[in-house]
Design a protein around this ligand. Sequence first.
Ligand SMILES: Nc1nc2c(ncn2[C@@H]2O[C@H](COP(=O)(O)OP(=O)(O)O)[C@@H](O)[C@H]2O)c(=O)[nH]1
Ligand SMILES: [Mg+2]
Length: 492
Amino acid sequence: MYRDNYIKALRSELLEMVAEHLTPVSTRYGYSDVPLETTIKWRPQVLLIGNYSSGKSTLINDFLGAKIQKTGQAPTDDSFTVITYDDGPAADEPVRITDERDGKFLLNDPEYPFETLKKHGQRFSSHFKLKKVNSPFLKNLAIIDTPGMLDSITERDRGYNYQEVIGDLAQIADLVLVLFDPHKAGTVREAHTSLRDTLPARTFEDRVLFVLNRIDECTSMIDLLRVYGTLCWNLSQITGRKDIPMIHLTYSPQDASMSLDEGDISYLRHLQNQREELKNAVLQAPCYRLDNLASFVETHGERLAHFLEALISYRKRARKFRLKSFGIGLGASLVAGAVIFVLALLAPPLAGADIMLTSACGAAGALLVLGLWGISLRRLLFKRFHKKILKNMDHLTALKNQTRRDSWEYVRSLVFSHLKNTRGKYSLRDVRYEYSAVWKVYEKGSKDIREALRELADLSPDEEETFFKVRLGLTDEEFKSGQAPSAYDLPS
Ligand SMILES: Nc1nc2c(ncn2[C@@H]2O[C@H](COP(=O)(O)OP(=O)(O)O)[C@@H](O)[C@H]2O)c(=O)[nH]1
Ligand SMILES: [Mg+2]
């Protein structure tokens, strides 16, 4: 329990940092439409995707310990369902749905992290819902069930872009389970594409679990090996990697007993059903969450810092250009002054006049040229400079490695529109200040969290008491009475 509370405390700390330092910058420059913390402030989430009838809903029902989701061989459920915890009912009450909310509510209530999904429109909204369930399994996480992928249904038939919705949900989720079944082990491309396009590459592997479900339906061990082989082959073709990700082999014990009558599944005795293992991995989602939060801060901190860095770089170049242009203007006006002075000295009507008058003429000429320079030419040249920069935006930044290129790709157009809209007139002091704040969060925030995660992973059970007592600031009595700081309770 103290481990959970400690994780929650670290989480609130990180969220606070994002809200205080990253969100103001992100909102000010239009980097994000909603406060950055919107998608990460809610409870840890586990997303289930896969073909229809690969057993997603059955697996969820197994985890929850009650028939909460509809199941069936045909595509039974075409909704995205967020299933979350309700701690209202007493502990001994049977597990059931205690409350249901529709998509409109879910997409508009700022307590939930789904505001960014509003863009998918009405049809999506009517296929999106929330169920509250009093299952202890949901104490620290929420599960999202999805309609299956269907080759026969096009995006137009659905009325919303299924792949994009899956991508957006995967971004919010801390753990994604991708389910296959023996009948459709070949159709992995769709699942993989939506995930690869949206999940940050560095978190992809830790965040996605592959599951080959319904293995009881293979007719023999050889059949199972063939299916497994096909799935591995397809996965490696798509990921472009030779190493095969871990694939959990599972089946639902109740359903398996039914297929027992139909064939010989004695081979299942030699295989451990990895259902329980999968359940434990899912229960670890709050730990993944912290890791994902650190990645979230790193990714957005990096991009925002890159954005501000480009604005600073622009101003530095502009200052250099102005200095150079002033130097040229000054030089030109001095030359003009000198020419006028010499002409006045030698040519009529001033030839032979008082030297003071001649010098004054020279000086006036120089000033006139400088003035003209200042009013017209300097502006014209600066406009040209500004245009040139907008044309060659990449000159504003050093792109020394792939990470830099990735983050630049993301913020380039934002830098462009900011420079275009402000015509380069913004306060350098403000930008510098924002840059240092963002950088601090990026550097310190993510490092601290990763450090804490390492500490937690290395912590042995007998060190836990002292560690948590100190870190959570608990007295001996509080610790012994099992009293947890309640400030970190998760909204459900
Ligand atoms: N034999 C067998 N049947 C299963 C298993 N898991 C689910 N089913 C059945 O497969 C059908 C589709 O399951 P469902 O959970 O609705 O799939 P979903 O479309 O992915 O949500 C249902 O009739 C389930 O009873 C399993 O492990 N073994
Ligand atoms: Mg289902």
